[in-house]
Design a protein around this ligand. Sequence first.
Ligand SMILES: *Cc1c(COP(=O)(O)O)cnc(C)c1O
Length: 580
Amino acid sequence: MDGRLPPPPAQVAYFSMEIGLDPLMPTYAGGLGVLAGDTLRSAADLDLPMVGVTLLHRRGYFYQRLDRTGLQSEESVAWTVHDFLDPLDQRVPVEIEGRTVQIRAWRYLVKGMSGHVVPVYLLDSDLPENSPFDRSITDSLYGGDAYYRLCQEVVLGFGGLAMLRALGYGTIFRYHLNEGHAALIVLALLEDELASRPHNGEVPPDVIEKVREQCIFTTHTPVPAGHDQFPAELAHRVLGKRRCDLIEACQHQGALNMTLLALRGSRYVNGVAMRHGEVSHSLYPGYPIHSITNGVHAVTWTAPSFQNLYDRYLPEWRFDQLSLRYAISIPGAEIWAAHREAKMALVDLVNRETNAGFDRDHLTIGFARRATAYKRGTLIFHDLDRLQRMAKQVGPIQFVFAGKAHPQDQAGKELIRRIHDVRGQVPVAYLSNYDMGMARLLCAGVDVWLNTPLPPMEASGTSGMKAAMNGVPSLSVLDGWWVEGHIEGVTGWAIGSGNESRASQKSDLDLVHAASLYESLERRVLPLFYRDREGYIEVMKHAIAINGAFFNTQRMVGQYLRNAYRLAALSGNGAPVHEP
Ligand SMILES: *Cc1c(COP(=O)(O)O)cnc(C)c1O
């Protein structure tokens, strides 16, 4: 493809270590990447002047295989890059550990509802002029050690900025850092600004201000351990002394802290749900941290049967997701028929893939997300006797699970094994190699979407929003987005009170939450599903009307536009317009 044509003007550049662009491209690992993809899809729908930057991930995150006992093994993903992406001619150098590494880019076009295009550039270091190690830098998402990760972040931040310049983007006024992985964009912009004026190694305050004016930072991690940081010695080695001196203030306890760098370098900072904004503010008390609650891209996550239904009853919904508010008036029988169709697609997949013998009429509970300790995937199996008893007394339940454990996360792998272990006692299926394509079937095809994170660990969570788009209510701990989306018995059901003291022992909280989960299931969810179908369908309608209409990326991108990007506050040359 011809990269020499002038690119369309872009005013916002969105930087993310992972972006879920196509279910068949392994350029994402989980929620963060799916959110990035949904953001760009809605930006394209809204005709926003935006461009995305990420890494190519030639070997992906990983392909998950599970043996009969649930033991996970990982393979690098084999995919044919040029089947999906257009190669560009431009080459840009980045400096890593004193070496020059050449970077190229591949282009993917995200097309909006009315034809507006948001281009995404996927950076690639696999060029013959680079050393074998340098050729591998953009291969593996979240693979390798701290050195490898820092090299990737250099490519994303410095390589990304250089590539945008080489492609001729002259009018980017906002850089959106999706999580701390993209923080080096701040350093790249600082360096760029200083190149054109004499200085003595100190950064003049007006230069910092100029960079801050351009940067928006979205943090996604509610615990300090989750924040990206690198030992100072490693940072010096990879970035060099000159660059490290510019950001010395971002060192914390002998490490370069990427969250601090992004916080200091950004004018607008936000968490991804109201609760998460508050938690982040308490982690970094010196910084004002706003909240913009996540969403999902409505059309992407709505099953064909519901797309069809909305097209008939809410004809504007593809352009205007506020119209989902009127799902309340869709006849219940139609909602149920659309749900049956989505459920059949899932049950058939489960039976084909796992031979679990699922029944299309049984209450089906879904749980799919990263297999890691804080998500507590086995909480539902805390008391198997009780689970069996209520299934016998009120109505049968079947469970479908999916999710990958990070290759280094032994506790996460053990969770997958333990879920396999209960198969003889309760109807359970575990689908391997969870990805966006499977998530579409799962979130739409179950009757209840279960979520049991240990608060306050779930920054937002988005799979429950995908479920709501398809009228599937959540049964969830009051953490992340569910604090905002939950109305008891109306949009779904809560596990726990939401006021559990942070100081509680994890084991105590497990007991409290397991008891509450069983109570909800036995007294509310199962009786409603089996004995009051009309009542169940009312909850489904409210999940769409109240939650689908709000927890979507159309609303979310609008908030970024008004609160964070504030493009309207720019004059033609990118300078802020001062009000009289
Ligand atoms: C939506 C999605 C996620 C994120 O789900 P959470 O509820 O935020 O944990 C992860 N992986 C895939 C494949 C998804 O589609």
